[in-house]
Write a protein of this length. Structure first.
Ligand SMILES: CCCCCCCC/C=C\CCCCCCC/C=C/C(=O)SCCNC(=O)CCNC(=O)[C@H](O)C(C)(C)COP(=O)(O)OP(=O)(O)OC[C@H]1O[C@@H](n2cnc3c(N)ncnc32)[C@H](O)[C@@H]1OP(=O)(O)O
Ligand SMILES: Cc1cc2nc3c(=O)[nH]c(=O)nc-3n(C[C@H](O)[C@H](O)[C@H](O)COP(=O)(O)OP(=O)(O)OC[C@H]3O[C@@H](n4cnc5c(N)ncnc54)[C@H](O)[C@@H]3O)c2cc1C
Length: 627
């Protein structure tokens, strides 16, 4: 990614901090910058790109979107509108729409969630009724709850959008399908007739993404606006179903994979800020005859921050591994081979939740590790948290996705018990389900996490079966057991995260210099040891760990923190974020945090004058008893 080129764009960086702009000004400023950015670095994914190039592009989009401190109103254009055209359009539709979308002749978004439904896609109420007489679809929002609600860029930015709507033909519902809908006039940008648009209001974050609402009043579109790669409606209204109704959910799988790499990037940003600040901040005097130490020398500070470095590496390695699987399954789907789609879906339903749960918690921990200055918006930690925590919810709320993964794990386990072979990332479920004696090596601990997953999956299946034997319906049994179903999915996800991180690092270790290999493998060791201590209950229950082993693990963990300390600043410098991307008074490379805090403070509009006009208008009369 040519950051120099991006950062050389005049006007891209803010003179007035966004914090002091109004809600409306923030949006307008973000549009201004997005246009500048795209004009200079306009690039989108090309279907002929190699896996590596595609992944770099996704990373590039993620990194560049960081410039905005919040996300761009163009975000959905890149991350969902274009991927949906690519994944759901016929060759002809792709040919036409990809050209317009890539050239930014049109700006799109992805409108699926409604005021009344987000998780339950099969409950979406927006109607697309086929009229064979005119060969058109009539889009209609029958009730308020059917209004599209949330899509990024929908309010004032996009002039087209993918609408996920329920298809009706001759009164019969044929499920949810994607429709390309023009929502604003390309010249005037006015909403088209029968279309109501607006903004949903201020949020915890994402305040420049222009999330909006969309309602239809019998709005007509031509038949060729249904994206018909996976299912078709013929002129006479004949419906031709796709090979798998879930193929229309394909964009969500893509974004879930993208989110894992995005979490690696977000966490890397936050720990760079917090760790650099911890290297310059001195506080307290544990040794009376010595100067105040860097707070980075407090082991508790190392405990808060070093796991974030290792986790960012772990998410990155898992994301690159998952991208390979995504692209190979996508190629298989293109040739009609569907049998690896369930595994990809299950993996994305584990890794998206775990990476967002961990990243959100660790970004907040990075903020908390910076004391009062971490609470300043100019530190850019709160905003980073706001962006990350949104990913807990969007693209499939985490609980819901973990339950989806549990569906696959339960099916795999029941099949295994009946003698059906297990494959891919679930093959280990056929392995040994006991740990005779604790093995504290990295591979031994990873094996213990696999045993924990096996035991949690097998025990929750037993709970389900007992409930069903007692007369409960499968649905009620499932709901009753759902807390432990999500726990089983989390255990599987942990086992995958750990084993992929280790194996991907091992692959790379061979080409690393010995000093670099040593440091990176220390991070793997730290990650595995940290999680063994975090999940010590599971280790006691299922992995034969003794109190002596725990004591040994704790000492190893402390030694690892000490071993990593000398390289800690180098490890975050290696993320190679430029100051403009970090956008943080605390994280700048030169370490001049106090000067930057003061510089940013002086940009507050309140500091433009020594006495604010409210003194004469309110305070003085009030203090003189005259109000
Ligand atoms: C200028 C700079 C610009 C920079 C631009 C780029 C910046 C990029 C930065 C960051 C990257 C990320 C940013 C993305 C931003 C996104 C914003 C948010 C968008 C959204 O949120 S879009 C809406 C997302 N909504 C959801 O995800 C809804 C979640 N719900 C569901 O997915 C489904 O309802 C469900 C899966 C929970 C249930 O579906 P359903 O009821 O139909 O199915 P079930 O009965 O449960 O299962 C049946 C069966 O189907 C299988 N199944 C389900 N889903 C899938 C799937 N997706 N693929 C394959 N198979 C699937 C399921 O396993 C069952 O199988 P079995 O019967 O068990 O065999
Ligand atoms: C910042 C942001 C950006 C977004 N951008 C877009 C966008 O561009 N396009 C778009 O279409 N959507 C977008 N969304 C919407 C997002 O996809 C939905 O918010 C998400 O799918 C969750 O749906 P919901 O909000 O309706 O919550 P609900 O589905 O109502 O869920 C609410 C809560 O109920 C519980 N719950 C729900 N279902 C189950 C279940 N089956 N089992 C157990 N518990 C359950 C969970 O605790 C869940 O958190 C965005 C959301 C956010 C926050």
């Amino acid at each position: 990614m040519d950051e120099q080129k991006v950062l050389s764009i005049k006007g891209l960086l803010d003179d007035t901090p966004e914090e002091y702009l109004s809600h409306k000004e923030k949006y307008e400023n973000s549009i201004r910058k997005s246009v500048l950015f795209y004009k200079t670095l306009h690039s989108t994914e090309d279907e002929n790109m190699s896996v590596d190039e595609k992944t770099k592009l996704n990373f590039r989009n993620i990194v560049t979107s960081a410039i905005f401190k919040d996300n761009s109103p163009f975000m959905l254009h890149n991350s969902m509108f274009i991927p949906t055209i690519m994944g759901q359009g016929t060759d002809e539709q792709r040919e036409y729409w990809m050209k317009r979308a890539k050239n930014m002749e049109i700006i799109g978004t992805y409108a699926q969630t409604e005021l009344g439904h987000g998780t339950f896609i099969r409950g979406l109420e927006t109607q697309a009724t086929y009229d064979p007489d005119t060969e058109e679809f009539v889009l209609h929002s029958p009730v308020l709850s059917s209004y599209k609600w949330w899509p990024g860029g929908l309010a004032h930015t996009a002039n087209y959008c993918i609408v996920m709507a329920r298809l009706y033909i001759k009164g019969k519902s044929h499920g949810i399908h994607p429709f390309m809908v023009q929502i604003r006039d390309e010249e005037t940008h006015m909403p088209l007739p029968g279309i109501k648009l607006g903004e949903i209001g201020a949020k915890l974050g994402f305040n420049t993404v222009n999330n909006g609402f969309l309602g239809f009043e019998n709005h007509r579109i031509s038949r060729d606006r249904m994206l018909m790669k996976n299912a078709q409606v013929l002129k006479d209204g004949t419906f031709v179903a796709g090979s798998n109704s879930k193929l229309t959910y394909g964009t969500m799988v893509y974004v879930r994979v993208l989110i894992v790499s995005n979490m690696a990037n977000m966490l890397a940003k936050a720990v760079t800020i917090a760790l650099r600040y911890s290297a310059i901040r001195r506080q307290s005097q544990p040794k009376p005859d010595e100067p105040e130490p860097q707070i980075l020398d407090y082991v508790t500070q190392q405990h808060k921050l070093f796991i974030a470095i290792a986790s960012s590496h772990a998410f990155y390695m898992n994301a690159m591994w998952l991208w390979e699987i995504y692209y190979s399954v996508s190629l298989q789907l293109a040739s009609g081979k569907l049998d690896n789609l369930p595994e990809l879906h299950a993996l994305a339903c584990c890794l998206k939740p775990l990476s967002t749960i961990d990243a959100t918690a660790m970004i907040e921990k990075c903020r908390l590790a910076c004391g009062g200055h971490g609470y300043m918006l100019s530190a850019n930690l709160a905003q980073t948290y706001g962006l990350a925590t949104a990913a807990y919810t969007y693209e499939g709320e985490n609980t819901v996705l973990l339950l989806q993964a549990a569906r696959s794990l339960v099916k795999a386990w029941v099949g295994h018990v009946k003698g059906r072979p297990l494959k891919g990332t679930m093959a280990y479920l056929a392995g040994d389900s006991t740990v005779k004696a604790w093995d504290g090596s990295i591979d031994g601990i990873i094996q213990s996490f696999k045993v924990v997953a096996i035991r949690k999956i097998s025990s929750v299946v037993k709970i389900l079966q007992d409930y069903e034997k007692s007369g409960l319906s499968p649905e009620d049994a499932w709901n009753k057991a759902s807390v432990f179903l999500t726990a089983a999915s989390e255990a599987h996800g942990r086992a995958v995260l750990l084993s992929v991180y280790k194996s991907e690092m091992d692959k790379r270790a061979a080409v690393l210099s010995p000093p670099l290999r040593k440091v990176l493998l220390q991070l793997v060791d730290l990650y595995v040891t940290y999680w063994a201590l975090e999940k010590v209950g599971d280790m006691l229950l299922y992995a034969s760990i003794t109190d002596k082993d725990v004591d040994e693990l704790q000492r190893r963990y402390i030694e690892l923190l000490a071993a990593i300390r000398p390289n800690a600043v180098g490890l975050v410098d290696a993320f190679d974020f430029r100051d403009e991307i970090l956008n943080s008074t605390l994280g700048a490379y030169d370490g001049r945090a106090y000067e930057r805090l003061m510089e940013e403070a002086m940009k507050s509009p309140l500091n433009a004058e020594p006495v604010n006009q409210t003194f004469h208008k309110y305070l003085k009369p009030f203090m003189r008893g005259k109000l």
